[in-house]
Structure formats: structure tokens, C-alpha cells
Design a protein around this ligand. Structure first.
Ligand code: 13P
Ligand code: SF4
Length: 344
């Protein structure tokens, strides 16, 4: 495909979202990336939060965390370029130890992944012996290695229920844990490090959580929703389950990034507010031109936003930034990730 053809392809989707002057520049970079992809026998996986020009041009697959983990597990390409954040690229490496996994921006982290260490998990296991550990996929490999099973926002409830255990440790997202507890009717506790042991506290609990938060979703408030509803009474409000339970309760639908995309596609309402990374609102708007998408763009994910088309091209050109996971950690983390992938 030459750059004119690429520009036409991108324009057909993004005409109302990205100005022409940007589309022309991005189309040229997209062509370079396509050529490098063939030369390097690479696949590009793009998370739903990627900026619209990237999202609608270079990825071979787009999707939510669970979807992209599955795609990573199935690829036969030599190189996987992950347009997402480090924990996602690490998950691809855990599943593909012999392949080269590249993350286009070195510092694409995540506040949830940074909120807990492997030692924290070992301490919790010592405090609650025999209780299975579920970790959100938004964690680093050494934390996954200490876990029985991982989950994403799209299968968290199914994963917890699959364990058939009276009690589970659910880490590290406080809000996702509370939302799962609400959905499954479980009582959740948050033990403070070093405090009295809950096991002999007499308290009735079925989930043990941690105080990690997504620095984006924690900022949305019920007042934000009320203000938008006052201005647009017909708005349908969608939230990611990393939002607080109060915000989730004030919304009309809560689900993973894929689930929110599907919801807008399948629902007849005219106007939506998507409380998640702002770029995803642009991507949904591009796919649903007949619907009005509102988003609160004053809250952005600083990590996802470091992944650009320029960085992705340079990742392929200069073989950077290579993701490595020590083999002894990878083998243990693989068990937890593989178990998750098998759950719907
Ligand atoms: P999804 O699994 O819903 O794609 O979410 C990933 C994420 O990082 C949300 O902030
Ligand atoms: Fe992490 Fe939140 Fe950014 Fe998702 S949006 S990558 S959970 S900081």
C-alpha cells in the first residue's frame, strides 16, 4: 500500500476525528511501519487506548487486555510489537519466551502495576495460608509469578467464581476488587500491613484486597456524571470497572474496554459518555459516526499516551525496547496467565 492508499484508508474512518494535515503525516509513517513489519516478520498488537490514527492503521489486532493476551498466545510471527503498556508486553513475553517482544516506549508503566511487589504478595500468602491469589493482569511478571491465576476486567468475576474457594485474595486494584465483591455478593476486607491478623478477627469476609488504584479511573466522580447528565439528560454513561463503586453505580453500564465498545455498537441511544482513557472515546466515535460520544479528556493515561506511531516505527527499526522476563519467574507467571486465558 502506498501512502496515498494508506491516507484514503485512514480517512475513510477518521475524517471527522483527525484533521487532514495530521492524517497525511501519519499515513506516511504507517506505510514505513507496514514495510518494517514485513521485513522483520512482526505482528503489532494495539490496545483500545491507542490514539485514533495509530489504532486505525498499523495494528494487526486491536482489543482489550484479555483479547490481546490471546492474540499474543496464538501468533506465529518472530517479533511482537505491543502498542500498550509494559505489563501487557510482559504478558506477551510470558506466553512467547522464544520471540522478541518490543514495547515502543520504555517508560510506558501503569499505576496499578506499580502499586504492589512480589514481596507484598508473599507476605499476604503467609498471613492467609492456603487462600488462592487472583492478580489483575495489570501487574508485573514477578507478582504474577506469586499468583494462582490472573484475571482482566472482562473475566474477573468468572475467574473468582472458577476457584470455588470460600475466600480469595484479589490484587491489586481496590476498586475492581470492590466492584467484583459487589457483583458476587462477597464481603471484602483490606488488611493493613503489619496489623492484627484477620484470620482470627471474627470478621466475615470472602475477599481480601489491596489499595492499588488506576490513576486515571480513580479521578472520575459521581459529580462528573451528574453534571454531564444535567447538561445532556439523554446521555448513556459507561464506566470501566477500575472506577470507584460509587461511579460504577451511577453509570448505566460498566465493563472492560471491549465490552464498552460493543455496548455502544449494539445500543440504539444517540449520546454516550465513556469514562475511561479519552482516546478510546475517539476510536468509538470513529466507528459510530451517527452517535455522539462525550468524554472527559482532562483525565489521560500518561503511560498509554507515550506510545506513538513514531515510537512504534523506531521500535521496529532499532529493535527496541526489548522486554525480558527471567526464566524462573516466567515459568511461574505462565501458569497463572495460561489459567486465565482458558477462562471466558
Ligand atoms: P482492559 O482490560 O479493559 O482493556 O483494561 C486495561 C486497562 O489498563 C484499563 O485501564
Ligand atoms: Fe494503568 Fe490506568 Fe493507564 Fe490502564 S489507564 S494503563 S490501569 S494507569
Amino acid at each position: 500500500m502506498n501512502s496515498q492508499e494508506m491516507y484514503e484508508k485512514m480517512k475513510s474512518r477518521l475524517e471527522k476525528i483527525v484533521p487532514d494535515v495530521e492524517l497525511r503525516i501519519k499515513a506516511e509513517i504507517a506505510v514505513e511501519i507496514e514495510e518494517l513489519k514485513v521485513q522483520k516478520n512482526a505482528v503489532i498488537l494495539g490496545h483500545n487506548y491507542m490514539e485514533p490514527a495509530l489504532f486505525y492503521s498499523i495494528p494487526d489486532f486491536t482489543g482489550d487486555s484479555l483479547d490481546l493476551s490471546r492474540k499474543a498466545a496464538q501468533t506465529d510471527k518472530n517479533v511482537i510489537v505491543f502498542c500498550g503498556v509494559r505489563f501487557m508486553a510482559e504478558t506477551a513475553k510470558i506466553l512467547n519466551p522464544t520471540k522478541t517482544v518490543l514495547l515502543p516506549a520504555e517508560r510506558a508503566g501503569c499505576s496499578l502495576a506499580a502499586s504492589i511487589t512480589a514481596e507484598d504478595v508473599r507476605n499476604l500468602k503467609a498471613r492467609f495460608p492456603g487462600v488462592p491469589v487472583v492478580t489483575y493482569v495489570n501487574t508485573y511478571a514477578d507478582v504474577k509469578a506469586e499468583s494462582d491465576i490472573c484475571c482482566t476486567s472482562s473475566n474477573a468475576i468468572a475467574v473468582v467464581e472458577s476457584l470455588k474457594s470460600d475466600t480469595v485474595i484479589f490484587l491489586p486494584d481496590e476498586y475492581l476488587a470492590k466492584n467484583v465483591a459487589n457483583e458476587t455478593g462477597k464481603h471484602i476486607v483490606f488488611p493493613t500491613p503489619g496489623a492484627r491478623n484477620f484470620t482470627d478477627s471474627g470478621l466475615d469476609y470472602q475477599m481480601i484486597g489491596w489499595h492499588g488504584r488506576c490513576e486515571v479511573h480513580e479521578k472520575f466522580t459521581v459529580a462528573d456524571i451528574q453534571a454531564v447528565r444535567a447538561q445532556f439528560p439523554d446521555v448513556v454513561v459507561l464506566t470501566h470497572p477500575e472506577c470507584s463503586p460509587e461511579v460504577v453505580a451511577a453509570s448505566d453500564f460498566s465493563g472492560s474496554t471491549n465490552a464498552m465498545i460493543r455496548y455502544v455498537q449494539e445500543t440504539k441511544a444517540r449520546r454516550y459518555l465513556v469514562l475511561t482513557e479519552c482516546a478510546m472515546g475517539d476510536n468509538i466515535a470513529a466507528a459510530n459516526p451517527e452517535k455522539d460520544m462525550l468524554r472527559l479528556c482532562m483525565v489521560r493515561c500518561p503511560h498509554m499516551n507515550t506510545i506513538t506511531m513514531e515510537e512504534t516505527r523506531d521500535a521496529l527499526k532499532f529493535n527496541r525496547y526489548i522486554i525480558d522476563v527471567p526464566e524462573e519467574i516466567r515459568v511461574k507467571a505462565y501458569r497463572a496467565v495460561q489459567r486465565m486465558i482458558q477462562i471466558g
